[in-house]
Design a protein around this ligand. Structure first.
Ligand code: DX5
Ligand code: ZN
Length: 219
């Protein structure tokens, strides 16, 4: 399906064998999703720009970097330099959101804004014209394997209406609790980029797991 992409979240991969884990999905996807957590904006600490840089040498797959970090503007140069292909920052974490988005775009990287579940779609009003994509969190960020929040469907629809009313080429990404049941709901609401961690990496056959997600919209 050309209008949708699956982005495996390496948060659910085996960190001790990260390059092998990424190679195991690289034939099936264009992007992997890299969750960066600072132990402040969210409870966990995961990985930094050094991991993006190291994976860049080991694999051809592009990297979508999701910064769950307070004031990510200070880290943007290092992620751009490391070779990220897409970078998203949380609207809740940026005092100067337009400056952060502009810095990402000036670095030649696709720029996304992320909304936590409790942040309304209306928070996008002043930034939507400046971004390449909107990441709508369908769980509160911080952990893999959490339950999808069904009330986010209406938010996806509202963001789709906003984007279409302005005739913008902005894509909607969703992240958290995405599986073969929840993916089609998000697709029908207007999302096209689907992050999935626990629906892919815990399975022995990752190719089959990704195929199952791609096929779920056809049912
Ligand atoms: C959550 C992360 C997600 C996470 C999704 O804070 O942003 O990318 O890896 O994991 P699943 O698909 O297991 O909900
Ligand atoms: Zn994420």
């Amino acid at each position: 399906n050309g209008s949708m992409k699956i982005l495996p979240s390496i948060l659910s991969a085996d960190f001790a064998h990260l390059a092998d884990e990424v190679r195991d999905v690289e034939k099936d996807v264009e992007f992997i999703h890299v969750d960066v957590m600072d132990g402040q904006f969210v409870p966990n600490i995961t990985m930094g720009a050094n991991v993006v840089k190291a994976l860049k040498k080991e694999t051809k797959v592009a990297q979508d970097v999701h910064l769950m970090v307070t004031e990510p503007i200070h880290l943007l140069p290092s992620f751009i330099e490391a070779g990220a292909d897409m970078i998203s920052v949380h609207s809740e974490a940026c005092t100067h959101l337009h400056r952060a988005i502009q810095m990402i775009k000036d670095g030649g990287v696709k720029a996304g804004v992320v909304l936590n579940p409790s942040t309304p779609a209306s928070a996008l009003q002043a930034i939507i014209r400046d971004v390449d994509y909107v990441l709508i969190m369908t769980v509160d960020p911080g952990f893999g394997g959490q339950r999808f929040l069904p009330t986010m469907i209406d938010k996806i629809k509202a963001v789709r209406v906003l984007i279409d009313s302005l005739n913008l080429p902005v894509q909607i990404e969703v992240d958290g609790g995405i599986d073969a049941e929840t993916l089609p709901l998000c697709f029908n609401a207007g999302a096209s980029l689907f992050v999935a961690g626990s629906a892919i990496f815990p399975f022995d056959d990752r190719h089959a797991a990704i195929e199952k997600l791609s096929q779920s919209v056809l049912k």
